[in-house]
Design a protein around this ligand. Structure first.
Ligand SMILES: Cc1cc2nc3c(=O)[nH]c(=O)nc-3n(C[C@H](O)[C@H](O)[C@H](O)COP(=O)(O)O)c2cc1C
Ligand SMILES: CC(C)CC(=O)C(=O)O
Length: 366
């Protein structure tokens, strides 16, 4: 990995997520960059996530009164000043020497919800100890269920307020961009929260099917949801739901929230754009549990569109990592403020005083 030199202040001329992306491309080395920006297969879903937002047009409104306007919401008992959370992103020390610690400081400073990845490069306890705002923990159920149960207990003990169970990546996506640069973790960056775990070696030999005879034996199933509920009292959200049938099954099992997501186009290529998946599922769920979505959000207008089409809140992934790489915690605060200000501008111009006012009428119907 080459040395990179993030700024200690916000560099001038950064006004949008795209500006941060361009700036980040200059400070992140090309191997970590390929891991960050890449998707799976031909990266079609990755592109569609952004393009689908761009195709949706808005309906403007004028002359509204904005007294008392705000973007506050309550989500699973947490009060948030705005509906933008930081999505779980693995190994953030790849992008800044302070990694998740800097992201957590930014989230705490600005009051943004943050979801800490199972694959974080910083101890979950260290983050929770220093956070001044509640954190959520993203769980990848490990082949070693005993270790997984201990991990959940650790998150609970450390004060995490919810578990985000990622269910869309039981196997890794076909990540050609990572393969082409031979992506490996450099010295000093690792999944520190999984240290000491028994690693099950279940790779198939060459005469067997590469996947079906190997690791699938230990991938999570619906039964693991009930198991997880039996070992924790934390609310559980499923991240990576893309079908109405799975959303219904999750609700029947008593899951507390859903995150509509295609993992930022990183697992199954040619899944539809996340914003296209959202309306059908939201309509079916009909408010029974909160719905979050992520994938392709780069502008405040994208957030408005997601809320109009049924999300209670959104998460952003790559955008805040660009800012982390460019200017550490200060950059992340700035980036989130940019999106927040853009959302407020979009609300004003579509006549929405609060999040409750955002509904499908803000979307242009031709
Ligand atoms: C570099 C990188 C690492 C990620 N690591 C995780 C992870 O550890 N757990 C997880 O549930 N999702 C992970 N994701 C997916 C994000 O949580 C999120 O779904 C996605 O980035 C949203 O799309 P966006 O980047 O277009 O905002 C990762 C995404 C990226 C870009
Ligand atoms: C270590 C990976 C499984 C983390 C992840 O979810 C991703 O890179 O998209």
């Amino acid at each position: 990995m080459g040395a990179f030199m993030p700024y200690s202040i916000i560099p001038p001329q950064l006004f949008s997520v795209e500006d941060y992306e361009k700036s980040a491309a200059k400070v992140i080395d090309h191997i970590a960059w390929s891991y960050l920006v890449g998707g799976s297969g031909d990266e079609l879903t990755l592109e569609w996530n952004k393009q689908a937002f761009q195709r949706i047009q808005l309906q403007g409104r004028v002359l509204n009164n904005f007294e008392g306007a705000n973007t506050k919401l309550t989500l699973l008992g947490n009060t948030l000043p705005f509906p933008i959370l930081l999505a779980p992103v693995a190994w953030q020390k790849l992008f800044h020497k302070d990694g998740e610690l800097a992201t957590m400081q930014a989230a705490s400073a600005i009051g943004a919800g943050m979801v800490v990845s199972t694959m974080a490069s910083t101890l979950l306890e260290e983050l929770a100890e220093q956070a001044t705002k509640p954190l959520w923990f993203q769980l990848y159920i490990q082949a070693d269920r005993t270790f997984t149960a201990e991990l959940v207990k650790r998150a609970e003990l450390a004060g995490y307020k919810a578990l985000v169970l990622t269910v869309d990546a039981p196997i890794s996506g076909v990540r050609n961009r990572e393969q082409r640069v031979n992506f490996r973790l450099p010295q000093g960056v690792s999944s520190v929260n999984l240290e000491g775990m028994h690693v099950v070696n279940n790779t198939a030999n060459l005469l067997e099917s590469p996947l079906f005879s190997g690791q699938l034996a230990s991938v999570p199933t619906w039964q693991d949801i009930e198991w997880l509920q039996s070992i924790t009292s934390l609310p559980i959200l499923l991240k990576g739901v893309t079908s109405v049938a799975d959303a219904e099954q999750a609700i029947q099992l008593g899951v507390n929230g859903l995150i509509i997501s295609n993992h930022g186009g990183r697992v199954l290529d040619t899944l539809p754009a996340a914003i296209e998946l959202l309306p059908r599922i939201a309509e079916h769920v009909a408010g029974r549990v909160p719905i979050l979505m992520d994938g392709g959000i780069r502008r405040g207008t994208d957030i408005l569109k997601a809320l109009a089409l049924g999300a209670n809140a959104v998460l952003v992934g790559r955008p805040y990592i660009y800012a982390l790489a460019v200017a550490g915690a200060v950059g992340v605060v700035h980036l989130i403020n940019i999106l927040r200000a853009e959302l407020e501008a979009a609300m004003v111009l579509t006549g929405c005083r609060t999040l409750a006012d955002i509904n499908p009428s803000v979307i242009w119907q031709s």
